[in-house]
Design a protein. Structure first.
Length: 387
């Protein structure tokens, strides 16, 4: 019953909820702190939602592993009834072996792989079912990426509640003397109560969930390993052994050799006669060509010789041309480098000219302003003089 251990989470959760409600005065006439109750209820709601999500994923994982276990028992029973005969033929074309869509999809992909590796005389190679139905598949079904972090999340919630309760207590703790301090001890203890309670049930839930999670996953992996072991022994398709492959190849090569031998024997007589006739035709053709085109062949030879000499001269001219082009390209590169330097200098000179123009414009503006000021002063002095 390892795979049903997650049921224990909910009774423990109910007990903790009842305890928290009790200590906060819900079931007693004593009046408790509303803030403490609200904080604890909020934390418990979050934990409850986490437990519900995990329980749904655990139940889904259990459904898959139970199917693997049932199929394992079925394989063992059928293998025994078949007196040790391989059961692959009974399942290679079935499309409804598993009710779980994840398992059925993985098994279908395995069947397609086996078909791609199967030749006319049997399976040349084989592959393991573990490539398709493995721990990664169970982790995906059980949403391990979520459940593996629940324990740490619960511990973090407990620590968060601790700091929240301490900050609440210290925030309400005020006073400068012993009389005012004693009046604020109550709010401080109330905040410490929140810190203590959240830490206790956060760590408690974390420990219990960690044990449950590890037990469920170990049970799932164990069922998977048992299923794969039984499948390999009873239903995994067997590849042809190396000696069987060699025997098939020898038979095939012997058949091809026999067929080729028959073809050679059929064509041997005709091929001999055809070869002799062809030789006679070639001899006569060569003799006639020498008789009628002897001088022309000599002319053709001399012409080809002259053409070869001309080709050699052309090659020499081409080399000289390439060398001249190389020198020209190098000169062009030097010219481009010099032009680049000239352009850089011109840009520098243009920048200096812009700076000089700006300075002249500034000086002209200053002189204009100065002259305007002097003209204004002169105009004032003249006015005063005329008065």
């Amino acid at each position: 019953m390892k795979n049903r251990l997650y049921y224990i989470l909910f009774p423990v959760y109910a007990i903790v909820v009842a305890f928290i409600l009790y200590v906060n005065g819900v079931f007693t006439p004593e009046e408790g702190s509303g803030i403490n109750l609200a904080i604890n209820v909020g934390f418990l709601i979050i934990i409850g939602v986490i437990f519900v999500i995990s329980a749904i994923k655990f139940s889904r994982l259990n459904f898959v592993t139970d199917e693997l276990q049932d199929f394992t028992y079925q394989l063992q029973k059928e293998y025994k009834e078949a007196n040790g005969k391989n059961l692959w033929e009974n399942y290679q074309d079935h499309k409804d072996i598993f009710e779980s869509s994840e398992l059925q999809s993985a098994f279908n992909r395995y069947c397609l792989r086996i078909k791609s590796l199967t030749g006319k005389r049997g399976s040349v190679k084989t592959c393991d079912l573990e490539e398709f139905i493995n721990e990664d598949l169970l982790d995906k079904v059980g949403m391990t990426y979520f459940n593996s972090g629940v324990s740490g999340a619960l511990t973090g919630l407990g620590i968060l509640g601790t700091f929240l309760g301490l900050s609440m207590g210290l925030g309400s703790f005020k006073g400068d003397d012993i009389y005012t301090i004693s009046d604020n001890v109550g709010p401080l203890l109330s905040g410490m109560k929140v810190a203590f309670h959240t830490s206790v049930y956060g760590i408690l839930f974390s420990l219990i969930f960690n044990v449950v999670y590890r037990s469920i996953m170990s049970d799932a992996y164990e069922k998977l390993e048992n299923f794969l072991f039984v499948f390999r022994q009873t239903a995994q398709p067997q590849a042809m052994r190396e000696d069987e492959n060699n025997a098939v190849m020898v038979v095939y090569q012997a058949g091809m050799l026999s067929a080729l031998k028959q073809m050679v024997e059929l064509m041997k007589g005709e091929a001999r006669e055809q070869t002799a006739g062809l030789e006679r035709i070639v001899d006569k053709f060569t003799e006639r060509m020498q008789m009628s085109l002897g001088e022309d062949f000599e002319k053709l030879g001399s012409t080809l010789k002259r053409a070869g000499d001309a080709q050699v001269a052309s090659a020499a001219n081409a080399r000289e041309l390439m060398e001249a082009l190389t020198v020209l390209v190098e000169g062009n590169q030097k010219i481009q480098s010099a032009l680049a330097k000239v352009m850089d200098r011109q840009e520098t000179f243009a920048g200096e000219l812009r700076d000089q123009r700006e300075k002249l414009e500034t000086a002209c503006d200053e002189m204009s302003s100065e002259i305007s000021s002097q003209l204004y002063a002169f105009d004032k002095m003249r006015g005063l003089y005329e008065e």
